[in-house]
Design a protein around this ligand. Structure first.
Ligand code: IMP
Ligand code: MG
Length: 198
């Protein structure tokens, strides 16, 4: 388990290397594993089975929302038993802190025309719902045959816009999560488990 346990700053002797790291501002944040890699993998396989069965005989376009979705997206699409096409969008992100600016803009659009196609939007985590709401509306305006949403994590705590998540991996109530693609100020995306920052 990737738990980073460090003593509280006041208990660290001032001549220790940890103290120097703390003073340099690059002290690692404390993280606790919330969803281990194995549990993620089982869930991804379940979602892929369900989606493959629902889209039997079709070839949907999976649209991943960059950057956080990368590992989930790859694992999900490779676990499908149906053919698929893949594309990506990128919306303006949280920036370098834990609160959303509220304003969303499309930084990268899909390149495959979605008109008349079945689209599955894949997101890492839904928080306020503003990002997905904006992106789904944008995709729907190009008249696809259908649009469904697959999200690895539904974090209901701060929902502002209702989004109907058709395929949901995990529901969490609160907390800021990192790992398996999720970042805090671009850090920790590489962690294989989903961890909560304490
Ligand atoms: P929303 O627009 O508030 O639903 O935010 C969605 C985006 O915010 C996600 O695609 C993530 O990139 C980011 N986000 C929300 N909650 C978390 C979190 O707990 N950890 C990391 N990123 C998050
Ligand atoms: Mg994201």
């Amino acid at each position: 388990m990737n738990i980073v346990e460090i003593p509280r700053p006041l208990t660290i002797p001032s001549d220790s290397p940890v103290f120097k790291i703390a003073r340099s501002g690059i002290r690692p944040m404390e993280k606790r594993v919330l969803i281990p890699r194995q549990k993620i993998q089982t869930k991804v396989k379940d979602l892929a089975r369900q989606i493959s069965s629902d889209y039997e005989g079709k070839e949907p376009i999976f649209v991943g929302i960059l950057n956080g979705v990368v590992f989930f997206f790859a694992d999900l699409v490779m676990s499908l038993s149906i053919p698929s096409k893949i594309d990506f969008v990128r919306a303006s992100s949280y920036g370098s802190n834990k609160t959303s600016s509220g304003a969303i803009k499309l930084v990268k659009d899909v390149e495959i025309p979605v008109k008349g196609q079945h689209v599955v939007v894949v997101e890492d985590i839904v928080d306020t719902g503003l990002t997905l709401n904006f992106l789904v509306n944008s995709l729907k305006s190009r008249e696809p045959a259908s649009v469904k949403i697959c999200a690895l994590i539904d974090k209901a705590e701060r929902r502002e816009k209702e989004v109907a998540i058709d395929y949901c991996g995990f529901r969490v109530q609160e907390g800021f999560l990192v790992g398996y693609g999720l970042d805090y100020a671009e850090k920790y995306r590489y962690l294989p488990d989903i961890c909560v920052i304490e």
